[in-house]
Design a protein around this ligand. Structure first.
Ligand code: UGB
Length: 598
């Protein structure tokens, strides 16, 4: 009461609301007017931010928290009443007729899409100091994840517009969700690289805010231990992306512009864009409102499983169940062994890779109802079994893949399973943890993420008729991996399998020790025999045929140890560096037709 004089009418309202919600402890210690007034104003400023960045404001947050904390205390299982079963979805086989047809459909459709990259996570498990988007996806070219993503979107845009023949949408928008942890370095990465070729207006950053921490089961907001004029905050999770897209007004803007799809993806998957055309093709041909990309998943592997849940009251949904919940849920519903591999050697529940394709119309409609709020959960660490006190403060969390939870049963929710080698190789684990991964399960490290790119490119070229030597087995940072020839190409060279087939002819071969870098659109491999390193750079207007025998000492992989701090962190976390001994570099900066290697 005595401090009212320093607060604006809005701030007074906010303070009153908090008092009404049982938060008087936030103000109890406030000294008389004239003492710490600036700090009090600062406190209310933080409260206003917490209030405005949550759908429904702080009151809603506190009420949601009380309910979820009560459920948690009572040991209520969110899956009570639900029986899991294996859902049916599309299973794609790379390179067959249906895959090729879907890729074509996807490329035709993609100019009507918007891409949303969630990149607010710090990547604690990886332990890398910088932002993950700045990490090289592979060190042969040094292309970082963000560059790879942007170049892929630009190449898709160009290819799609070519097919749309004048009916093309304006540039494909890219939204990047950042957080206080990643925002400034993401801006810097974009600005210091001229947005990797994208128009600055084409990229929009939406920053997610953290949410208030909670001290007890009554959802009393936690004050910072070192600053009593500050509320403790923690990340709310990638589910924030829906509320941010809604409140930014972008969904309506996109709809008014005739867009049809929103594609969500994560920060470190160097393979993802190889699966996007076919997956979008599935969405458009099947009319899916929600399409989750999935991969075959080993039982208990640390990625969520796509599951069909049927409630005793008749409700059903196809949804991601996090790996730590799937096994207990199965055990509790009559599957004594829990989550186990079936005869295929994989769990029957495909692994969620958190790449979602949503149809914009139904998505906007749903978010208009929910204001972007999606199902949340809380995970308090209790002091003892009475569950009355926490070891440390907790907060509500949410995941973007929980979006379908609130949808009506009539919504068309499907999924698309792609081969892991083609579409999923995230970089999440540090070398030490990756080395502990049980044999046969994926490492999800910088080492495996890079090797997966070479493997995928090699397998694609092999399928297209090029003779690619078998890989060597080697171990880097304690992780055994297949080392294929280091083949990379810029996205504009090939986006689909059909593109690759058009650009290579049978009768070419590449040895295991080789490296091949293709930077250019119209580069054709015809009767090439490569044993060493070849780098081809060509402007779009140059048509280059690469043929003949190329042999040189090439580029060698050299082992390095992740603990060797004399080597840059982004290199040593892979366990190898590249010794560029010798290469043939062919560069074409003028229009025209060119041939040959020697
Ligand atoms: N992210 C944010 O943008 N904001 C946040 O607050 C948190 C994260 P993680 P996670 O593909 O293997 C997910 O930490 O959450 C971004 C799925 O839930 O890498 O442990 C962050 O920058 C899981 O079902 O993954 O697990 C990153 O781009 C499974 O599919 C993304 O969100 C798993 O991913 C994911 O964050 C997987």
């Amino acid at each position: 009461q005595k401090n009212l004089g320093i607060l604006s009418p809005d701030e007074v309202e906010l303070a009153k609301t908090l008092l009404h919600e049982g938060q008087s402890h936030l103000f109890d210690h406030w000294p008389d007017l004239g003492v710490d007034d600036d700090k009090k104003k600062g406190f209310l400023k933080q409260v206003a931010l917490l209030n405005s960045s949550y759908p429904g404001g702080l009151v809603q947050y506190i009420q949601n928290a009380r309910k979820l904390l009560a459920d948690s205390k009572a040991g209520k299982n969110p899956y009570d009443g639900f029986t899991p079963s294996v859902p049916s979805g599309e299973v794609l086989t790379f390179g067959d007729d249906s895959f090729t047809m879907l890729e074509d459909a996807g490329v035709r459709e993609v100019h009507k899409a918007a891409f949303v990259l969630v990149a607010g996570g710090l990547g604690e498990r990886l332990g890398y100091k910088g932002i993950k988007l700045a990490l090289p996806s592979e060190i042969t070219t040094g292309r970082c994840f963000l560059q790879h993503y942007i170049e892929s979107i630009l190449a898709l845009q160009e290819a799609s517009c070519r097919l749309a023949q004048g009916q093309c949408q304006a540039e494909i928008p890219l939204v990047i969700m950042t957080s206080d942890d990643t925002h400034a370095p993401t801006v810097k990465l974009l600005e210091s690289n001229s947005h990797f070729g994208m128009k600055p207006s084409q990229v929009k950053l939406l920053k997610q805010e953290k949410v208030a921490c909670l001290d007890d089961n009554d959802a009393r907001l936690a004050l910072d231990l070192n600053d009593k004029y500050k509320i403790q905050t923690k990340p709310h999770g990638h589910g924030d992306v829906h509320a941010l897209l809604y409140s930014s007004g972008l969904l309506n803007e996109w709809q008014n512009a005739g867009r049809k799809w929103v594609l969500f993806f994560q920060d470190t998957n160097g393979l993802l864009f190889k699966a996007i055309p076919a997956a979008l093709g599935v969405s458009s041909t099947k009319g899916y409102h929600v399409n989750s990309l999935a991969v075959p998943r080993k039982a208990k592997e640390a990625i969520g499983g796509i599951t069909k849940l049927t409630h005793t009251d008749g409700r059903t949904m196809v949804i991601n169940v996090e790996y730590n919940q799937l096994d207990p849920l199965l055990r509790a519903t009559g599957h004594a062994d829990g989550d186990v591999n079936c005869e295929t050697g994989f769990s029957p529940f495909p692994g969620n890779i958190n790449q979602l394709i949503l149809e914009l119309g139904p998505y906007t409609e749903e978010l208009t109802k929910t204001r972007g709020a999606i199902a949340e959960f809380v995970n308090p660490k209790y002091k003892d079994s009475s569950k009355t006190a926490f070891k440390s403060s907790t907060r509500l969390e949410c995941m973007m893949q929980d979006y379908p939870k609130t949808l009506a049963p009539s919504a068309k929710v499907g999924f698309t399973v792609i081969d892991t080698w083609l579409g999923y190789a995230p970089v999440k684990n540090n070398p030490e943890e990756a080395a502990k991964v049980p044999k046969g399960n994926p490492y999800h490290s910088a080492t495996s993420g890079e090797m997966a790119i070479y493997r995928a490119n090699s397998l694609i070229l092999r399928k297209a008729g090029i003779q690619i030597a078998d890989p060597m087995i080697d171990a880097f940072n304690g992780q055994e991996v297949e080392v294929w020839p280091r083949i990379t190409w810029s996205p504009k060279w090939a986006l689909t399998y059909a593109d690759v087939k058009r650009k290579v002819s049978e009768g070419s071969s590449i040895s295991q020790k080789s490296t091949m870098v293709i930077n250019g659109q119209n580069v054709f491999l015809d009767g090439l025999s490569l044993d060493g390193t070849l780098v081809v750079n060509a402007v779009d207007e140059a048509e280059v045929k690469v043929t003949g025998r190329i042999q040189n000492n090439g580029w060698a992989l050299k082992h390095v140890d992740y603990k060797d701090s004399s080597i840059p962190e982004e290199i040593r976390i892979r366990g190898f560096k590249i010794d560029k001994v010798e290469q043939l570099e062919m560069s074409y900066s003028e229009p025209g037709k060119f041939c040959c290697s020697s």
